[in-house]
Ligand binder design. Structure first.
Ligand code: SF4
Length: 361
């Protein structure tokens, strides 16, 4: 209970931290030291802030906390992907996935504990919404994953991309999400600029329109999963509220706000025998062309997630689907699944414990 009322340092902007510190009668440079400790040196306790006087650390610890997420389990896939299952101070599950890649690592973070949307192909949906995560809980996921991968405070050898594609619908937690992104872009902190962040939505139309008006913003990905309202209503019930015509008009508006080299993305999960026929590919291409959208399409073979009744499309089916899109002028890419064996892949996050638990290093 006590933790609930104390601010989480990881979720304070530099200005907010400055106010906290000046209320304590401390000089401004102390705020800069604390911000650097949390976000650049990525420490998660007051004891590690050895550049602060002991008394100040004691006073701070009565008023704020440095870290709130507790690691419950950590899994490492044969492909090097890591999945972390945390618990919040009020015992809600939070999942984060670290995906090492040759040129750049990707951290997939969650914006909510559980998810209120009922996409039928996603295990997270089965949890329902437990609660929105705070900006601090969003930032902490990145701090933890970087520390685990490279050591506390060690500069990542490669760049870091962030994707808001973990549990939850990020646009239903818009304020905290955008605050977290603002905090992480600080050059004296984590320094992950919004241009390195992609946020994926199931289609919350008013927020897509709002994002179009924000200059310093993350990239946008929209999960489609179906080329017709009939099928999308079934797979992603949010479509009943904002059907495809409305969604794609908002996407068109968003595209108009992009810089010359920017592109938005559509995600299309491929479910065998459900949405992966040639006809679906043609319908999808026509739909995007009719709305004059030049976004690329990422085809994501479904990841088996018991007890969901779906199976991944075969590699040949995905390739044929991709070719049809390309023939009709739609750029399409096949996303390689990562971390399937540890239930870390898209649609598999449901706070599950898998047998391959790896001891904490
Ligand atoms: S796919 Fe995304 S939006 Fe849909 S239920 Fe899963 S977490 Fe929520």
């Amino acid at each position: 209970m006590e933790m609930e009322v104390r601010s989480n340092l990881a979720g304070l902007t530099a200005e907010e931290l400055h106010r906290v510190v000046s209320k304590l009668g401390e000089p401004a440079y102390r705020a800069r030291q604390i911000f650097a400790a949390v976000h650049a040196r990525r420490v998660r306790s007051f004891e590690e802030m050895t550049d602060l006087p002991k008394e100040l650390r004691a006073t701070l610890s009565e008023q704020v906390v440095v870290a709130t997420l507790k690691l419950e389990s950590r899994y490492v896939s044969i492909d090097g992907t890591r999945r972390y299952l945390f618990k919040t101070h009020d015992n809600r599950p939070v999942e984060t996935v670290f995906i090492p890649q040759e040129r750049r690592d990707t951290i997939c973070f969650s914006s909510q504990s559980g998810c209120p949307l009922q996409c039928t192909f996603c295990l997270t949906a089965q949890l329902g919404l437990l609660r929105n995560l705070t900006a601090g809980e969003i930032v902490e996921q990145i701090i933890f994953a970087l520390n685990d991968a490279y050591g506390v405070g060690v500069k990542p050898p490669r760049g870091t991309n962030l994707v808001g594609m973990g549990a939850g619908e990020p646009f239903l937690n818009f304020e905290e999400l955008m605050k977290g992104i603002r905090i992480m872009k600080e050059p004296r902190g984590l320094h992950v600029v919004p241009n390195r962040v992609t946020v994926s939505t199931a289609g919350i139309v008013p927020r897509i329109r709002e994002l179009a008006t924000i200059p310093d913003r993350p990239h946008l990905a929209v999960s489609l999963a179906a080329p017709t309202d009939e099928l999308r209503d079934e797979l992603m019930p949010i479509n009943k509220k904002w059907p495809l015509e409305e969604l794609l008009s908002a996407c068109r508006e968003f595209e108009k706000s992009l810089k010359p080299n920017e592109r938005m993305t559509f995600e299309y999960v491929m479910l065998a025998g459900v949405n992966d026929a040639d006809e679906h590919a043609r319908q999808l291409a026509n739909l995007l062309n009719r709305h004059d959208l030049s976004a690329k399409v990422n085809l994501i073979p479904h990841n088996q997630a018991e007890p969901l009744p779906y199976h991944p499309s075969s590699a040949e089916r995905v390739e044929t689907f991709r070719e049809i899109l390309e023939t009709k002028g739609v750029h399409a890419f096949v996303r390689k699944p990562r971390g399937r064996d540890i239930l870390a892949a898209c649609g598999q996050l449901a706070a599950q414990v898998t047998p391959i638990e790896v001891a904490l290093s």
